[in-house]
Design a binder for this molecule. Structure first.
Ligand code: NAD
Length: 355
């Protein structure tokens, strides 16, 4: 990519960021003409959803606590019934990528406005992307109508995010930024955001492990996650996200942990083909050694898993994973070769130091 030849398309969503920004919820609902809101959450976050319902006052109609991993369409169908029963004219989601995914599925099917209130670092609130599972098969689509109209980032909601999930969710966000740096449709604005995202998260995550209530670190991590979500929403992802999609979908590995383990190896795989991206990652991490090694050291420093074995992958599955990952060719800075990908997965399985 030449610095002087690029396309840049800003996404038409609204972002309200900052400690206490939840106090602007009703103002934001007014802006979108929401008079009857359905609040969406997981069964684990009903307390947070109750708090949102209270804040919405008479505008808050009811809670749909059905969100679950991978957005199964049968769950969405039940949630549509909740939406109709509530005669809702808008959706407010509070939670991580799973919750925001269900609210996206509702909003795109009904054309109702969606306010997303993220509580993890996954970044879904900033993207026009929806992954859904139908009959056990997960597929992903990108459509502007999927993008939440408004995202409200209030750091107060992130103190309860457990340290282990804070670490892996934060590295999940870093992965969006890493891939944005070598995206075929990348551009200078997104590259600036990506480098700043990695820098912010790399500083914040170790501080959060030391003290999960560190306000400054939590704010910096949320800021990095907003930037990373913008990267994910704006440009194409490649080898890393596809590998994680295969491993998550076909081997039922946990989302954020899989991203955390795979990222250093995917980065090493493309390193020679993407030198500018590697330089940006190294600058952002501020560490010696390769970009891939720096990313793995960051994972180690926050006690995150570093091998596929640790997160439940079986060695028997590596051949099939390599076949699946290379069966649908897609763009990558370094083309996907079956044997090289098998090698990558082997290293990731064992948690070896990447090149
Ligand atoms: P998650 O939404 O599955 O949340 C994990 C668990 O943590 C849930 O039980 C949730 O209720 C709980 N939780 C979340 N925030 C909390 C908090 N602050 N305090 C206490 N508990 C909290 O996890 P995730 O990593 O945010 O999302 C992963 C899912 O999102 C995956 O299915 C992934 O594919 C999807 N995703 C989609 C996009 C997109 O653009 N479409 C982007 C990123 C992730």
């Amino acid at each position: 990519m030449s610095m002087r030849t690029f396309s840049y398309q800003a996404l038409p969503n609204r972002v309200v960021f900052g400690a206490g920004s939840l106090s602007k919820l009703n103002e934001e609902a007014d802006r979108l003409g929401i008079g009857r809101a359905l609040v969406v959450c997981t069964p684990q976050q009903t307390d947070a959803a109750e708090m949102i319902l209270q804040k919405l006052g008479t505008r808050g109609v009811s809670i749909c606590a059905r969100a679950t991993m991978h957005t199964p369409t049968e769950v969405t169908q039940l949630a549509i019934e909740d939406l109709l029963d509530a005669r809702a004219d808008g959706v407010v989601s509070i939670g991580g990528g799973s919750t925001i995914g269900l609210a996206k599925a509702l909003s795109v099917r009904t054309d109702l406005p969606h306010i997303a209130i993220p509580t993890t670092y996954a970044g879904s609130e900033m993207t026009p992307i929806l992954g859904e599972t139908d009959n056990g098969i997960k597929s992903t689509r990108r459509e502007l109508a999927i993008l939440p109209a408004t995202a409200i980032y209030d750091v107060e909601l992130t103190f309860s995010l457990p340290p282990a999930l804070s670490a892996t969710s934060g590295i999940n966000a870093i992965a969006h930024a890493v891939e944005a740096l070598y995206a075929p449709d990348g551009n200078p604005v997104i590259s600036l955001m990506a480098e700043e995202a990695i820098k912010s998260l790399a500083r914040a995550l170790p501080a959060i492990q030391r003290n999960p209530l560190d306000r400054e670190a939590r704010e910096l991590a949320f800021y990095g996650s907003w930037l990373a979500g913008t990267c994910l929403g704006s440009v194409s992802m490649s080898i890393h996200h596809k590998l994680c999609h295969t491993l998550g979908g076909s081997f039922d590995l946990p989302h954020a942990e899989t991203h955390t383990v795979v990222l250093p190896y995917a980065t090493a795989y493309v390193a020679e083909a993407a030198p500018d991206a590697m330089a940006a990652i190294r600058r952002a991490l501020g560490k010696d050694g390769s970009a891939a090694q720096g990313l793995q050291e960051l994972a180690k420093s926050v006690d995150a898993p570093t091998s596929l074995e640790q997160i439940g992958m079986s060695e028997d599955g590596l051949d099939r994973a390599a076949d699946l990952a290379t069966s649908n060719p897609y763009w990558s800075p370094r083309p996907l070769e079956r044997d090289a990908i098998r090698g990558l997965l082997e290293k990731a399985f064992k948690g070896e130091r990447p090149d």
